[in-house]
Design a protein around this ligand. Structure first.
Ligand code: PDD
Length: 276
């Protein structure tokens, strides 16, 4: 397949990273994952705006404008004849002799590639199991940073428990999944953590809020407790790859006797309408 690396389209085998790339040594960079449905990027503008916001927060000057990047990414999708899948891209601060502080003059390093990936139809239909884990990450989870160790460790705990996702909590509040946002439904009203520095403001999250507002579903952006999670009528998660995935169990305890809730189903239907 073809990879876009620092402005050039090159074969995957030729895409090499320097040992002193700051992304490789420090996790000093940012990334995005964009869904591609039928050869078209879904919510590309929102993803690229978040990329640009992340880059500003850590002082990396990305080498392209959003419109330049859009054209390059569309070209990459076409070169790889990608129909349904994902597009991964990252900027690191660049290659420089190892030193924690930012180098004075360094060009950011960019890479983007695509991967075919079908919609997770089985999970969408049957739901997934989850466990709760303490959120041990830093307090700038709003930045989509390459430093994913806390997320990786949380996901591994889920995998070891035979679950799809870990639901993280900080003090008494549920924050988000290891790679998703978490939602509860009570009395037809949905709720998710507010978009502050303790979560990533998911693009799927933003789409769901918009769909709720357009369809008269009450939505509240306010952190909820583990107790609220356990008592909820319905629980679901959202992400670029997982869309609106029902959560049917938390710590081995079924949510709603393990059935998919009405509001979750409604949101899934609205989401599908939005992507076709
Ligand atoms: N993860 N929270 C975290 C920590 C995430 O890593 C993600 C996405 C989300 C959901 O964001 P969005 O709806 O924009 O995908 C929330 C991506 C898919 C990943 O790292 O693979």
């Amino acid at each position: 397949s073809t990879v876009l690396m620092n402005g050039e389209f090159i074969p995957r085998e030729e895409a090499k990273v320097d040992i002193e790339d700051r992304g490789y040594q420090f996790g000093d960079g940012i990334y995005e994952v964009i869904r591609v449905y039928n050869g078209k990027m879904f919510m590309a503008k929102e993803h690229l705006e978040r990329l640009s916001a992340s880059s500003e927060k850590i002082g990396i000057a990305t080498s392209y404008s959003i419109s330049e990047l859009t054209i390059l990414l569309e070209e990459l999708i076409a070169k790889n004849s990608l129909s349904t899948g994902i597009l991964y891209m990252q900027f690191t601060r660049g290659v420089s002799p190892r030193n924690h502080s930012y180098p004075e003059t360094v060009a950011p390093a960019f890479v983007a590639y695509t991967k075919p990936l079908s919609r997770p139809l089985d999970n969408l239909e049957n739901g997934v199991g989850t466990i709760t884990v303490e959120d041990i990450r830093w307090s700038r989870c709003d930045i989509k940073s390459l430093n994913l160790l806390g997320n990786v460790m949380a996901k591994q705990k889920a995998a070891e428990a035979g679950c799809f996702e870990s639901i993280q909590y900080r003090d008494l509040s549920v924050t988000e999944g290891s790679s998703s946002n978490i939602w509860i439904v009570n009395g037809g009203k949905i709720r998710t953590h507010e978009a502050n520095q303790f979560i990533l403001n998911g693009i799927t999250r933003q789409k769901i809020i918009q769909l709720c507002e357009e369809n008269g579903i009450e939505v509240e952006e306010k952190a909820f407790s583990i107790e609220d999670l356990i008592d909820a009528d319905e629980v679901f998660l959202s992400s670029t790859t997982a869309e609106v995935t029902p959560i049917t169990a938390v710590n081995n305890v079924p949510v709603k006797e393990g059935n998919i809730g009405e509001v979750t189903k409604k949101l899934q239907d609205l989401f599908v309408e939005a992507i076709v």
